[in-house]
Design a binder for this molecule. Sequence first.
Ligand code: 13P
Length: 250
Amino acid sequence: MRQKIVAGNWKMNKNAEETEDLLNELIDKLPADVEAQFVVAPTFVNLASAVQHLEFTNIAVAAQNMHQAENGAFTGEISADMLKSIGVETVILGHSERRSYFGETDDIIAKKTDAALKHDMTVIFCFGEELQDRKDNNHFNVVETQLRDGLFHIEDKNWERIILAYEPVWAIGTGETASPDQAQEMHAFIRETVEKKFGSEIAENVSILYGGSVKPDNAKEIFSKPDVDGGLIGGAALKADDFAAIASAI
Ligand code: 13P
């Protein structure tokens, strides 16, 4: 059975004290009666304290990125083993900001995925087209290529630790969101693409999140679509009231 998930990607926001404050507010405000997994992804330096803070809650902690190597001379980088050693079991990979500002290719993201899976981590695998791709009517091709080159080499058994996050780049941080129908159309295509390669059981069971300007006032309509299993939230995840309202909409 696929899971409903509402995840907050905090990006490069919130210092140590602000992280603690937001987590306290979320513990208070996130709905207790909703059958969904909640996830927060603070910055690297605040992950250890977040794990401790959320220990007896239903809120999981994810990293926003990691390096593909086991260890070694990679100044400034963080490995899967380091994340696991502080209790982080989930990692966001392939976010469009990593792809566009830090040069992450499908090949690098594939290697990061392998490293995370090797350490039994859950991967929130992000992908999505740019505005020009959609204007050129090339968005389905782009999404299919990102899935194929970044993810489709994995073994069937690893799909239970994959969460897909479709994030059209033109909707991230812009206030512009894919319409619920556009989201549904793409999510159905993604599920079909997974099915063609891995079969219907894996395709039916994988959670596909939508990301891109999800707010309290549009979450319900987007989440009501049959192939949308939740959201990966950026800006609205930084305010406890907004994130809680989005979580309730699931
Ligand atoms: P916004 O919700 O700010 O558009 O960000 C979405 C996102 O990038 C989540 O990873």
